[in-house]
Design a binder for this molecule. Structure first.
Ligand SMILES: Cc1ncc(COP(=O)(O)O)c(C=O)c1O
Length: 274
């Protein structure tokens, strides 16, 4: 998702994009990869997970490859800018703090104010920014709930704290971050990142069939599954206005890996009664 959106933004700015992707080059591009081609990505380089023993090694190798390519471009007189997976924590924190401001402005017109924002949490950049936004624009009164799509809650909380401290110091502010404002749940990942769960499928179908809104199978589908379960357990008692942040990702519905989940037999959510 991030790569596809980066190419789209770069196009608007008249910049070329060189993508370094983890995985094996598929015979037929689908999902985001198809969109990368339509958007006219300049080059795609693949880093094969089979060559690395751990995910950490794979991530490091991908970053190293991006640096090598940037060096090669510099030698050719170009001016590359390397964006890591999920973007730099400081940049995502500041950008998503802006999202809170935008949300507050849009909701004010409707005479509403958010009590809780629920978001998917991957690299945690989005959630870090939302918490920063809650502190900057709502005195920390907006509760931000992150639903992990891969990592352990404890690790994500530590990362969010580190990144918040970096952002707060960059902005030259004196803000303390209460522990309860860093709220992450990791019970909805299922077997692993991007591995479908029945709860994800049910959440995607529920939103599609009740609201006509499409979620994605990797991030927002699992986050919505978390929201629904937490709501059922009474985790949002007392909150009047809950906002679910739809962070995108819909092209993954059309990927070879995810699409079959939605037409395989198994539990589905019924459509509207006729
Ligand atoms: C659609 C979508 N939602 C949410 C996220 C999670 O964002 P973050 O990595 O900032 O936690 C991502 C990250 O790639 C994403 O693609």
């Amino acid at each position: 998702n991030h790569v596809r959106l980066t190419i789209a933004c770069a196009n608007r700015l008249g910049l070329r994009t060189v993508a370094v992707l983890r995985g094996e080059k598929p015979e037929v591009p689908t999902g985001n990869l198809l969109l990368d081609h339509i958007l006219g990505v300049a080059e795609i380089h693949w880093v094969d997970p089979k060559d690395y023993a751990t995910r950490e090694e794979l991530v490091r190798a991908t970053e190293a490859r991006a640096e090598e390519l940037a060096e090669e471009l510099r030698r050719r007189g170009e001016v590359p800018y390397v964006i890591p997976n999920g973007c730099k924590p400081l940049h995502s924190a500041i950008a998503y703090a802006g999202c809170v401001l935008e949300l507050l402005e849009q909701m004010r017109v409707l005479n509403l104010a958010p009590d809780v924002i629920v978001t998917a949490c991957g690299t945690a950049g989005t959630q870090t920014g939302l918490i920063l936004g809650s502190l900057l624009f709502a005195q920390g009164q907006i509760r931000v709930v992150g639903i992990s799509v891969s990592g352990k809650a404890e690790n994500l909380r530590a990362r969010i704290r580190r990144n918040l401290e970096e952002a707060i110091s960059f902005l030259g502010l004196k803000l303390s971050v209460p522990e309860e404002l860093i709220e992450v749940y990791d019970g909805y990942v299922g077997p692993g990142y991007a591995v479908p769960t029945p709860e994800m499928r049910r959440a995607v179908e529920l939103l599609a069939r009740k609201e006509g809104i499409l979620l994605d199978p990797v991030y927002t589908g699992k986050a919505m599954a978390g929201l629904l379960d937490l709501a059922e357990k009474g985790a949002f008692k007392g909150a009047e206005t809950l906002v679910f942040l739809h962070t995108g990702g819909v092209p993954a519905l059309f990927s070879e890996a995810q699409a079959p989940v939605f037409y395989s037999s198994g539990e589905t959510f019924p459509g509207p009664a006729v």
